[in-house]
Design a protein around this ligand. Sequence first.
Ligand code: F6R
Length: 369
Amino acid sequence: EKGGYDWFMLKEIEEQPEAIAATLLGRLTDSGEIMLDEVRLSDQDLRDVDKVFIVSCGTSYHAGLVAKYAIEHWTRIPCEVELASEFRYRDPVLDRSTLVIVISQSGETMDTLMALRHAKEQKARVLAICNTNGSTIPRESDAVLYTHGGPEIAVASTKAFLTQVVACYLIGLHLAQVRGIKYADEVAAVVDQLQEVPGKLRALLDRIEPVRQLARELKSAPTVLFIGRHVGYPVALEGALKLKELAYVHAEGFAAGELKHGPIAVIDQGTPVICVVPSSAGRGMLHDKVVSNIQEVRARGARTIVIAEEGDQAVLPYADEVIYVPRTPTLLAPLVTTVPLQVLAAEIAAARGHDVDQPRNLAKSVTVE
Ligand code: F6R
């Protein structure tokens, strides 16, 4: 049932192009409209929204962190992202015009469920993004958008993450369209670009072998750092989480611009630093800033492993290794840049002799608070 793979996780990583295609299926029209009638929130409800909260845990929280950049940019509605276990206990400001998006692969995560109940008590509208049909979280929510990613067996979340990001983007684009925002052209372009992602992922996965090789080289590193900016920052957090949970290696993700405010002190001779580099098109400044952050860590002795888009020559002078990914617009980049980090974590774990699908101390669905 692992379809020839040693681990479910590797199979699920490979399934990501199809999983994303399934999330998009039937939800985009030829004219670039987002069709989310199934969500059961009226256009009027959506026009009334003046604040969005995204609430979730772990990898699903990282999907929310990515989505914030896109939702605020497209809709101009303030969007906060919060860990479910924190949200519930700090008396957040919620009312009828707040849209709370809860994200959960399993639909059974107790922290997220308690946050959802709290939001409903405060009269907020709750929309669930979920991968598991008929589970508790979508049942208790006002509305649901299923990711349709197919069953995820490995404890570490992979295809669920990418499909959650896509589902959040569909909601953001839909909100933008319903509210008639000024970025109509941009929204139409994003709809086209989203449909190109599965093909790009296929191409990336077809030449992932060098990442496996790199994993074998990194298998004894006692600590691995990840840096990124903008949407690359949550990708760095996700890369670090995967490595911690699977390889039991100390790993941390940082906003690249924060390094000089403290974390750069931990960099030692040979410390691997995985650098997630944004596209040089569009937000070019962002790209150059990350390149100078790579330069800074390398000057302190880091071994720099750079994830950059194809054709990016600017990173070469500062990269000990480069993993090229297909060119993708900035906001969609996490859908490709996350994938080598998933593979890296799984392969380091395997090289260290761990059970990739069932890491110690963890369960697939966390039904206690
Ligand atoms: C990490 C991982 C966990 C889950 C988290 C939320 O790989 O799988 O961090 O993302 O426990 O689970 P769901 O999405 O089922 O609510």
